[in-house]
Write a protein that binds this ligand. Structure first.
Ligand code: 13P
Length: 251
């Protein structure tokens, strides 16, 4: 179901006490507030259970940053979708550009990760987005289409309806360069069109599409006001409770 979501991707930041303070800070500042979006935090795996404990008592939902493409077994260092489910982690980022780049994750592997999450009733936040060179060569629509087709379009309509997509142009991540509202809206409308073509217009209208890339308290309102932008996947600006909550309140 299409809904507004603001999700914080903490990446590999913060030690335990800092993570706990940030979680508590966000939960406290949101308490009793009328919100127009779901709020998700995605801390490092080691802190997920701490976060889900807070989530039980607050509006917060918790997401992981990665998941294995296997169910269980001899995969040292990996975390399975069933494990995420067992500590009530509801969401999981899949295919972030940093994982595509540094860990060589390709669309075929990401499709398997998506399947595992859906098997265990978790919601994948599937990331797509072009690098600067691809945009400069005007290949960005083609690149995103391929990422989505190969990572998601093997799903049937029911399965697909449990997926969230995040468009994160790689050139805008951590750079302070944000896609303009027009650029974000253009890509989101394109993605919605792909979904309509593959499934149906109704399915497309019901899909949640997030924007990520240098989204902060100053630019969130304008980005989120675009017709096809249903919220954000926030990196750096999710590491400070006050700023993250301002972004949440941009809706
Ligand atoms: P920044 O908000 O730090 O640019 O990161 C965006 C991101 O990668 C979220 O997943």
């Amino acid at each position: 179901m299409r809904k507004n979501i603001v999700a914080g991707n903490w990446k590999m930041n913060l030690e335990f006490t800092e993570a706990e303070e940030l979680t508590a800070g966000v939960a406290e500042q949101l308490e009793g507030q009328a919100l127009n979006c779901e709020v998700v935090i995605c801390p490092p795996a080691l802190y997920l259970e701490m976060a889900t404990d807070f989530a039980e008592e607050s509006v917060l939902k918790v997401g992981a940053q990665n998941v294995s493409n296997h169910d269980s077994g001899a995969y040292t260092g990996e975390i399975a979708a069933g494990m995420l489910a067992s500590v009530d982690v509801k969401y999981c980022i899949v295919g972030h550009s940093e994982r595509r780049k540094y860990f060589h994750e390709d669309n075929a592997l990401l499709a398997q990760k998506v399947d595992k999450l859906l098997d265990y009733g978790r919601t994948p936040i599937y990331c797509c987005g072009e690098v600067l060179e691809e945009r400069e060569k005007e290949n960005h629509f083609k690149v995103v289409e391929q990422q989505i087709a190969e990572g998601l379009f093997h799903l049937n309509e029911d399965e697909f309806s449990n997926v969230v997509i995040a468009y994160e142009p790689v050139w805008a991540i951590g750079t302070g360069l944000t896609a303009s509202p027009v650029q974000a809206q253009g890509m989101h409308a394109f993605i919605r069109g792909l979904i309509a073509k593959k499934y149906s217009k109704e399915v497309a209208e019901e899909t949640t599409l997030l924007y990520g890339g240098s989204c902060n308290a100053n630019n969130a309102k304008e980005l989120f006001s675009q017709r096809d932008v249903d919220g954000g996947l926030i990196g750096g600006a999710s590491l400070k409770a006050g700023e993250f909550v301002s972004i949440v309140k941009s809706f």
